[in-house]
Design a protein around this ligand. Structure first.
Ligand SMILES: [Ca+2]
Length: 248
């Protein structure tokens, strides 16, 4: 009887150990599998994620690609994410989608999102923003004469908007905006990231009919906002089956 009890105790301990090991390895062992795939570029110091490459439920985001009634050309891979929640002018953070990445080098990185919109009669300053937040071991960065928000603001949903591009044309987000002490404060979004640390960027919908093509984090010591905006950074996309390619 005693032997039988010992056998069951041993089996119980072994089972508990197995559960612990499985849990630990799933948290620490497979982190690379959870990283968002990067779109390669011809330029060092640039991280690019296609907006649709998220493992999060899309919620009120819709994929627009050829065949969709609202499709228009110009997105890389011909794929864009279109926000269908809230109103054209504003709304609360909705349908958060996540991008997880490892910083390739330590440095000050700036966030920008290649964006468009479908106005459908909305005002020119509508349909042009998201909310963003960053998680991980980072500090607020600065570059040249520009500083950024505090860490607690960068870690919480902050409006990030693009200028008034014409309907179905393409532009880039530059500034974040938060209300601080009764004033609307606008700053670029800089993050001091550490080599090989894993970070998660969350983008949530804010204004209806805003559109994301791809998301860029660039090392400000190697690349400028003008390089990104003026097309100096080229994406290296797979040629499509019809022989064409989309590199803009
Ligand atoms: Ca795209």
């Amino acid at each position: 009887m005693k032997t039988k009890t010992n056998f069951f105790s041993l089996a119980l301990i072994l089972s508990l150990l197995l559960i612990c090991f499985t849990t630990v390895s799933s948290v620490h062992g497979n982190s690379s599998e959870r990283l968002t795939p990067l779109t390669p570029t011809d330029t060092e110091g640039v991280l690019v994620f296609q907006a649709e490459h998220t493992n999060s439920p899309l919620g009120n985001w819709e994929i627009i690609s050829p065949g969709h009634p609202r499709f228009f050309p110009g997105a890389s891979n011909d794929v864009m994410l279109y926000f269908t929640g809230n109103a054209p002018n504003l709304g609360p953070p909705d349908s958060p989608i996540k991008y997880t990445f490892k910083a390739p080098e330590s440095g000050t990185y700036q966030l920008t999102i290649r964006s468009s919109r479908i106005l459908e009669g909305a005002r020119n300053d509508h349909c042009n923003d998201y909310f963003v937040r960053m998680e991980g071991d980072f500090e607020p960065g600065e570059f040249g004469s520009h500083d950024t928000f505090s860490k607690s603001i960068l870690e919480s949903d902050t409006k990030h908007y693009f200028s008034s591009v014409p309907d179905r044309e393409w532009g880039w987000t530059v500034l974040g905006e938060r209300r601080i002490d009764g004033e609307n404060v606008k700053k670029r979004l800089f993050y001091n990231l550490k080599k090989d640390e894993v970070y998660t960027l969350t983008v949530s919908g804010r204004s209806k009919r805003a559109i994301m093509d791809y998301i860029v984090l660039f090392d400000t010591s190697k690349v400028s906002m003008a390089d990104v905006r003026d097309g100096e950074v080229k994406l290296m996309l797979e040629p499509r089956a019809d022989g064409s390619s989309s590199d803009d």
